[in-house]
Design a protein around this ligand. Structure first.
Ligand SMILES: Nc1ncnc2c1ncn2[C@@H]1O[C@H](COP(=O)(O)OP(=O)(O)OP(=O)(O)O)[C@@H](O)[C@H]1O
Length: 384
């Protein structure tokens, strides 16, 4: 565990970047430092690997004061990833990744073999190994940065706004990849961002800092969203806090309707038997059970359903593994106001109305744990 014990950093010009910060950073999880520009996030991160020395206070790694460890040994136990990856421009990708193993005295072949293994782990095609950084996209370069930081298998990974310079789609991919890698490798990650959505998605614990490097709140994301400590944290979380909090409630407890669903190859009698009181539409699936769209019962029973005439079904949500937020999104974006629930293979398992989702949301918000299922938190991976 990394423990910061009343750590202050005062720069020579008198700027107090971090003010008596105390934090316990748990092992094998992602701790995010978030806050507005200039609140001391980078300074805090750099004190952990001693690129910046604290003015007061102590930082302990597994109980030992980092001040008493040789700085090179300390840094070897901590991978470091920065914005724009910071790759060496004149080294190939494979040699960039192999940098630290080579510094540690590994032979060239062993270091390159390790680099190749890491390329695969971070989702980089082996064909990129011989390229130079400028021949890669921004997202690919960030993956190289992560692979390079992981090369000597350090227990700790320090990441300073690593995904800020890439577009939102690439960014989402990199975030998902980091969560996957973290789950596989169990690194202790300290991650700096100014983006609260990124913090809520990635963090097991989130430390919100305010200007002057003071800690405003340190909590798991679900708690941050449900109980912000004060007006500053509330403002920083933004106006749609309630909607975002839905990411932490599983959809698995929603009551699904299973009757208003017909296969495109059903007979008129079979379709008629599926008309359900209170449900103005029927969901039509392909013969394999995947959604095609919504139709009105009268039209459907008149002849075999024409997929081209159906109303779009919107984005289905994966029942159980996706959150109430995904279910609500599906319903809001559906022209019928009904969301389609699918299993992990994309086959329909039921449909649910906005009204039922609304009831589940109300009881989830009221109870924390409720008809909507468990408040899943990050452990169950429902967020996002
Ligand atoms: N070397 C330095 N000398 C003097 N002041 C500094 C130095 N480095 C940082 N600061 C100041 O310390 C404060 C915290 O800076 P820091 O870079 O840690 O913030 P940050 O939260 O990471 O900001 P950003 O999100 O903009 O990167 C700022 O006021 C900054 O101007």
């Amino acid at each position: 565990m990394i423990r910061m014990d009343s750590v202050t950093k005062r720069y020579p010009d008198g700027t107090v970047a971090v003010d008596r910060l105390s934090l316990e950073i748990p092992d094998r999880s992602i701790t995010v430092l978030v806050g507005p520009s200039g609140c001391g996030k980078t300074t805090t991160l750099r004190m952990i690997n001693r690129m910046v020395e604290p003015s007061e206070g102590r930082i302990l790694l597994d109980g030992a004061d980092i001040q008493e460890q040789p700085v090179n040994t300390l840094r070897r136990s901590m991978g470091y990833v920065i914005q724009n990856a910071g790759l060496f421009p004149h080294r190939t990708i494979v040699d960039n990744i192999a940098t630290v193993p080579r510094l540690l005295g590994w032979g060239r072949n062993k270091a390159r073999a390790r680099a190749a293994e890491l390329m695969e782990r971070v989702g980089l095609d082996a064909s990129l190994a011989k390229r130079y950084p400028y021949q890669l996209s921004g997202g690919q370069q960030q993956r190289v940065g992560v692979a390079r930081a992981l090369a000597a298998d350090p227990p700790v990974l320090l990441m300073d706004e690593p995904f800020s310079a890439v577009d939102p789609v690439v960014r989402k991919g990199l975030q998902d990849e980091l969560l996957r890698i973290q789950e596989e490798l169990g690194k202790t990650v300290v991650f700096v961002t100014h983006d609260i959505d990124e913090a809520v998605k990635l963090g097991t614990m989130v430390a919100v800092l305010r200007t002057g490097g003071r800690l405003a709140q340190y909590a798991p994301p679900a708690e941050l969203l449900s109980a912000p400590a004060d007006g500053f944290v509330e403002d920083f979380l933004g106006t749609d806090r309630g909607i975002r909090r839905l990411s932490f409630f599983a959809s698995g407890g929603l009551r699904l309707q299973k009757s208003p669903i017909v296969s495109v190859d059903s007979t008129a009698e079979q379709i008629a038997a599926r008309v359900t009181p209170g449900v103005p539409y029927l969901l039509v699936t392909d013969p394999d059970g995947r959604p095609l769209g919504w139709g009105e019962p009268d039209e459907l029973t008149a002849g075999s359903p024409d997929p081209d005439r159906l109303l779009p079904h919107g984005r289905p949500f994966e029942y159980g593994s996706e959150s109430l937020r995904a279910a609500l999104d599906g319903a809001v974006l559906s022209p019928t106001g009904w969301a389609v629930a699918v299993d992990g293979t994309g086959r329909v398992v039921g449909v649910v109305s906005q009204q039922t989702i609304g009831e589940a949301i109300r009881s989830a918000h009221a109870g924390g744990r409720s008809a909507a299922g468990t408040e899943a938190g990050t452990e169950a991976g429902v967020a996002g």
